[in-house]
Design a protein around this ligand. Structure first.
Ligand SMILES: [Fe+2]
Ligand SMILES: [Fe+2]
Length: 328
């Protein structure tokens, strides 16, 4: 493992560290970062550099040793959890690189995107989505959490559908990039707790077109990845945005990511809202009749409920009708 004690406030230091730590990120080496300040920016930088755990730089020595001990103990585990954890660290560091580049207007890091796709698909091989979700909850940056959730769920969905490797890469890659346009939406709108004004909502609704245009400008992306970025908020009955597409105008991979995206938004954890339990979130999808692909929603239930279908039946019998909030 690595213990990293660096001042991450300067761009030069971050770039040097990013370069020096790249091989360790790819290898999934667990790193403990000591943070000089507790700002969201500093935490984001540490995540981008591959932090698995963070501590304040002035943490008491006993806490530091306990954390190192726990991380070393974890490394000794050869079980499924440790395997998924290794992929999780590699994927989350690569996604942080992507979000960082997209937000700052830099070129999209193709290597990082490919690394994250590979790590996500290998993590999904074992079919244990819950282990992935447990790790996602450790990250409290909202955009980052959403990205890890949608892509982890999409990777599991593609695995469940028995896609061949090339198609799994396509679906997972599309999920990784689906909200890349959000990197250009002001954070105070994106992270606003509570209801958006009509004007703010209009700004948020621009992210599919922005993301699509970013990917086109970058070049080299599969047309399906572009379609997912542009159309993941479209609904089969024409009620979605930005173009109000209907039925056959929406290809299957887009339909898949739309399902993953809505589900992820429902189960996300925020300081200001309780996460929705899986059964309840899945029931919302089932009730979105006419908007989502019914067959895909059915298979999706196997992915996210893993055996609790019976409980869902009980929930649906007792729950009153629920409105569906707008999901950005
Ligand atoms: Fe979106
Ligand atoms: Fe999304």
């Amino acid at each position: 493992m690595l213990v990293v004690d660096l001042d991450l406030s300067g761009r030069g230091a971050v770039e040097t560290a990013r370069h020096a730590l790249a091989p360790h990120r790819r290898a999934g080496t667990p790193s403990l970062f000591l943070l000089r300040d507790s700002s969201a920016h500093c935490l984001m930088q540490a995540n981008a550099l591959g932090a698995r755990e963070t501590l304040p730089a002035d943490a008491p020595p006993a806490l530091l040793l306990d954390t190192v001990g726990a991380m070393l103990g974890l490394m000794g585990e050869a079980g499924e959890g440790a395997r998924i954890e290794r992929h999780f660290v590699a994927a989350s560091a690569a996604l942080a690189d992507l979000l960082d580049a997209a937000g700052s207007g830099g070129r999209l890091p193709i290597t990082a995107i490919n690394d994250s796709i590979e790590a996500l698909n290998r993590a999904a091989d074992g079919g244990d989505l819950n282990a992935w979700l447990d790790m996602v909850w450790r990250h409290d940056d909202a955009t980052y959490q959403h990205c890890l959730l949608v892509s982890g769920i999409a990777a599991a969905f593609a695995q469940r559908l028995g896609f061949r490797e090339a198609d799994r890469r396509l679906i997972t890659g599309a999920a990784v990039l689906h909200d890349v346009g959000k990197a250009r939406i002001p954070l105070d709108i994106l992270h606003k707790p509570g209801r958006l004004t009509a004007a703010e909502w209009e700004v948020v609704q621009r992210h599919p077109q922005i993301g699509h245009d970013m990917l086109v400008a970058e070049g080299g992306f599969d047309p399906m990845v572009l379609a997912v970025a542009l159309s993941h908020h479209e609904h089969l009955d024409g009620s979605g945005y930005p173009h109000g597409l209907r039925g056959a105008q929406i290809p299957d991979p887009v339909r898949m990511i739309t399902i993953c995206d809505i589900y992820a938004a429902l189960i996300e954890r925020r300081a200001y809202k309780q996460p929705m339990p899986p059964e309840e979130a899945y029931a919302v999808l089932v009730e979105m009749q006419g908007k989502l692909d019914r067959d895909l929603v059915r298979v999706f239930g196997d992915v996210v409920l893993a055996g609790s279908i019976a409980r869902l039946g009980r929930y649906r019998a007792s729950a009153p009708g629920r409105g569906v909030g707008k999901v950005a």
